[in-house]
Design a protein around this ligand. Structure first.
Ligand SMILES: *Cc1c(COP(=O)(O)O)cnc(C)c1O
Length: 392
């Protein structure tokens, strides 16, 4: 029984539960895929970020196994001491080629990549301009940097311009998600780049949900908008469309060299394992070979969205395959998710603070691994539950 100075935890847990905000964490008893096994039953998987189905792809698994035989399982050190292996350099070269940038540095995750780069670029006396819906890892990176943070309204260029007009000394950094993960909308990157150029600010985009989704063969948001060479810092993750784990920063040779000296997670946390890195390399190669998976993802996204719209659900303004099904109150969204679960559809609800209060939702992620039959199964479950709960 918890007591004394820690007893606040009991109250916090109680209020999370009564507000419908306590995360019900499901355990997968097998690999990621269109269907996953939970509690001994196969459930349609509608909420993983495994956009292209690469997380359990046979070719990617094979690459990981080979790497274990060749390099063992652990990196043994941080990258700057003895943890850099040939594989890490190969991954960075593959990503630089894929993204069309001079250089890339890889990290343990997208989260640590954001922490590394923001703190290395700005500090006390500098100013960050941050979209109000930016990802938690950007927010934490901004806070850790100790720069002043000016939040502008979501994707609102008049709001960003007004903040930029305020006089400041020191460096300026504009940072935004590329694709906003809870809504699926895109940052107006061409306008952001223009404002940055006009006001002498560094531009940084976090492409975690653009990779493998937007641009030619999934090269991301910079490619989508044709802005090569005009975005100073691109952050990416290898854990979503690429299907494995890890993060990276893409940019100029000097920026990457600098991060190898000043990116704190690179210096103070061990490197990614050989198996993971080899799997990432194979995943990049699969994307480079052709755009079959990316095309399938978009086809599936369009098919699902059209059906949900026809049923009368509020699916927001997504410009990507991410489909938010807006329910409203968090407790109602949690109930919706539970009822879907009873119909063997796994789609978690998401509430505050991940999304604003009163905008709780089921965030549906269809993937290239789903067949039309799978999608129809999910759509039918949404229709049943939507009617039962009086939402459509
Ligand atoms: C998921 C996500 C991250 C974190 O990436 P990980 O590799 O999972 O740590 C960073 N930024 C955005 C926008 C994300 O959606």
């Amino acid at each position: 029984m918890i007591s004394g100075p820690l007893s606040f935890i009991k109250d916090e847990l109680k209020s999370l539960k009564s507000d419908g905000l306590y995360n019900l964490i499901r355990t997968l008893e097998g690999p990621q895929g269109a269907w996953v096994r939970i509690n001994g039953e196969f459930m349609l998987n509608f909420c993983s970020n495994n956009y292209l189905g690469l997380a359990a792809d046979a070719r990617v698994r094979e690459a990981a196994k080979e790497a274990i035989d060749q390099y063992g399982v652990g990196p043994g050190a941080v990258r700057t001491i003895a943890g850099t292996m040939t594989l890490h350099k190969e991954l960075e070269a593959a990503l630089a080629r894929f993204k069309g940038v001079p250089a890339v540095i890889s990290f343990q995750s997208g989260f640590t990549a954001n922490l590394a780069v923001i703190g290395a670029l700005v500090g006390k006396g500098d100013t960050i301009y941050s979209d109000s819906l930016n990802h938690a890892s950007i927010i934490d990176g901004c806070r850790l940097s100790r720069a002043e943070i000016k939040v502008y309204d979501h994707c609102d260029m008049a709001s960003l311009k007004a903040r930029l007009e305020e006089s400041v000394s020191g460096k300026r950094l504009i940072v935004t998600d590329g694709v906003f993960s809870m809504d699926g909308d895109l940052a107006p990157l061409p306008e952001i780049v223009e404002l940055a150029e006009r006001y002498g600010a560094i531009t940084m985009v976090d492409d975690a949900h653009g990779e493998g989704v937007l641009g030619s063969s999934g090269r991301g948001i910079v490619d989508h908008f044709g802005l090569h060479g005009r975005v100073d810092v691109e952050v990416g993750t290898l854990s979503k469309a690429l299907g494995v784990v890890g993060g990276y920063v893409a940019g100029s040779k000097e920026l990457i060299d600098y991060l190898s000296q000043r990116g704190r997670p690179f210096l103070f946390s061990s490197a990614v394992t050989p198996a993971d890195v080899a799997a990432c390399i194979r995943a990049v190669e699969i994307l480079e070979a052709d755009d079959e998976l990316v095309t399938k993802l978009w086809d599936n996204g369009r098919y699902f969205k059209a059906a949900m719209e026809k049923l009368g659900f509020d699916i927001g303004n997504s410009q990507t395959p991410i489909t938010p099904v807006i329910i409203g109150e968090a407790s109602k969204a949690a109930e919706f998710s539970q009822r879907l679960f009873e119909r063997k559809v796994f789609a978690q609800s998401i509430g505050f603070p991940t999304v604003p209060k009163g905008r709780a939702r089921i965030r549906v992620m269809v993937s290239a691994a789903h067949s039309k039959k799978d999608l129809d199964y999910g759509i039918e479950a949404f229709e049943h539950v939507g009617k039962e709960m009086g939402l459509i």
